[in-house]
Every structure is written in C-alpha cells, then in structure tokens.
Design a protein around this ligand. Structure first.
Ligand SMILES: Cc1cc2nc3c(=O)[nH]c(=O)nc-3n(C[C@H](O)[C@H](O)[C@H](O)COP(=O)(O)O)c2cc1C
Length: 190
C-alpha cells in the first residue's frame, strides 16, 4: 500500500514540504509506503484541450514534453494521493493547477482511473487565501471519485519563510490527524 505526495511549491524544502512530511510520517508509522515528489524547478504546462486523451484512452496525456506522465504513472500505482500546494494569490500554484487540469482530464477520459483511491490535500499559507487553494484541490479529488479523509481542522499550515510552518502547532497537529485518518481509511479499503 502506497501514498504518493505531490509538492507543488517552487521551494523544494519549504513549508509545504514540512506539512507533507508530517502527514507522511504518520502513514509510515502505520506501515504504509510513501513517496514524495517535488515540482520545484519543473514547468508543467496546462491542458491544451486537444481531447486526445479521450480518443487514445491510454491512461496518459498526449502532451509528452514535461513530467506530467511520470506523475500520472505514479498516481496510477498508488492507493493514496496527497496533494500539497502553497497559496499563490489565493489559489494553488500554476504547477498544481496544471496537474489538476491534465490528470483530471486523463482521469475522466479513462473511466475515472483514480476512482476509490484515497485522496487528501493540504496548503501552506502566509496569511490569507488558503481556503480557495484547498477547495481547488478538493474539487479535483471529489470529481475523480476519490475517497477523502478528514482532519482535526482544514489542513492548512501557517508560515511565510521556509521552516516557519513548524511553529504553527495547530497546523502540525492537523497534519498529524490527517495522516492518522488517511492511514485508518486506507487500511479499511485496501
Ligand atoms: C507568488 C507568491 C504568491 C503568494 N501569494 C500568497 C497569498 O495569496 N496569500 C498568502 O497568505 N501567502 C501568499 N504567498 C506566501 C506563501 O503562500 C507562503 O510563503 C508559503 O508558506 C510558501 O510555501 P512553500 O515554502 O512551500 O513554498 C505567496 C508567495 C508567492 C511566492
């Protein structure tokens, strides 16, 4: 049983990374395998609306010039998917948006290939705009027919500079509860 975490921050070792690892630590405690991929330094392009995924139905995106198909392959082979994004102008980063658009279309085109996987999301934020970012990822997870665990609060951690989020005790506790609930749910389902 495996969880794939996707960090869509432009900073590989920033706050989103800390929050994701806090969730993953709880999953590891329960014997669940984890993998974290960072999109820092990568440019993932948005959906081209070519609709080739609906024609090809090959579980992959027809645009092959970036790492999106690597992400799709890892998502396909994982039972759990954990999305993490910092808040950029009150929403997810451009890379997370691109992941949502293209994995969403490929998922839809291939008979909901992520259906009944366990999906969760979390957000790093300095001050405001975390909820729209959280919603953007959760709307994707829901549409893909994934099963979503809850947490002791909405999974948001507060901090600006790298590492600052560690001081947000409630945020860290929220991530721990998310990890525990995700592990509990996965053990029920798989
Ligand atoms: C381009 C950009 C836009 C941002 N927009 C917001 C915002 O709308 N609201 C906010 O509270 N913080 C905003 N921030 C701050 C980040 O969300 C915050 O520093 C977060 O902890 C970064 O996470 P990271 O270390 O994983 O990159 C922005 C940062 C950048 C670089």
């Amino acid at each position: 049983m495996k969880v794939l975490a996707i960090n869509a921050s432009a900073r590989k070792e920033g706050n989103t990374n800390i929050l994701l690892n806090t969730v993953l630590d709880e999953l590891k405690k329960e014997g669940i395998q984890t993998e974290l991929i960072s999109l820092a330094g990568q440019t993932i392009e948005g959906c081209k609306a070519c609709y080739k995924c609906f024609k090809n139905k090959d579980l992959r995106c027809a645009f092959k010039k970036d790492m999106l198909n690597d992400i799709l392959e890892k998502m396909e082979s994982s039972e759990g998917i954990l999305l993490g994004s910092p808040t950029y102008f009150s929403d997810v980063t451009a890379n997370m948006r691109a992941v949502i658009e293209r994995c969403g279309f490929v998922g839809r085109a291939n008979d909901y290939m992520f259906k009944r996987k366990v999906g969760a999301s979390l957000v790093a934020v300095r001050r405001a705009g975390a909820i729209p970012a959280f919603n953007s990822m959760n709307l994707f997870l829901h549409y893909m027919q994934m099963v979503m665990p809850g947490a002791s609060y909405w999974s948001i951690g507060i901090g600006r500079d790298p590492g600052e989020v560690s001081k947000d005790l409630e945020g860290i506790q929220t991530m721990q509860s998310l990890g525990q609930n995700m592990a509990w749910l996965m053990k029920k389902l798989f």
